[in-house]
Ligand binder design. Sequence first.
Ligand code: MN
Length: 291
Amino acid sequence: MPTTFKKVAAILNPTAPHMVGDGFRVHNFFPSGYKIKMDPFYLLDYNAKLEFSPSNTPRGVGVHPHRGFETVTIAYHGAVAHHDSAGNSGVIYPGDVQWMTAASGILHKEYHEENYSKKGGPFQMVQLWVNLPAKHKMTAPKYQSVTHREMASFELPNHEGKIEVIAGNYNGVKGSASTFTEIELYNLRLKAGAKAHLETPAHFNTALLVIEGSITVNGNEKATTNQLVHFAHEGNAITIEASEDAVVLYLSGDPINEPIAQYGPFLMNKPEELQQAIEDYNTGKFGYLEE
Ligand code: MN
């Protein structure tokens, strides 16, 4: 089967950061940072590696709602404590992934974990918003917590590193998280000189975020820490070669191609569904969560 490289459309620098609450200093790559097609991924907020000073009061974001999509939090440094109105709670440590399906509606809060907060230190996280197709937007909330230890993983030959399969399927290794649409989400942990090969359909929306180190993509495009490589809908093969030890977040997904109506933390198809979400939130239909 002949393969052609999936064409690199752009290599994007992080945008100016903004604070989410007082605990997350994020660079938004999309939808506001860059107008790139990433459906079914609606948003990518990236807290580039940053040193937080010790604090006895954990920094973070207080109780807020979500409806119509999923939040996926991927930790690289630091630790985040999560609580939601469906009764789920947990701590996201480096290498862990939390996949929260807000769907019909949830309240949650996200804070630096207490011990991390007291000690301070480096903090690095990604939060993705994964859209849901109309038929799943109002299904029941769901919570998947995948620790680094139990993460599905493909070992590259010759100790060149590994590909952690958060979702999707890499060389027969099935992802740890279940998804509603076809999504490939991997953490590549590559030693200097390692080369990884990926394949994804041409029509999927695809990008790479360099978390650590620097890489060469498809033999000639160079990208370094904190840059996002966005691919065009041409070709289906990607090679990633680590110029030095590198960590790369790879995301690729089958577009949902449905109308989008978004307001704050709600992601629906029609404006009247946003109105309904606001009304349901104001009348307590998202449940209760203590501040
Ligand atoms: Mn949230």
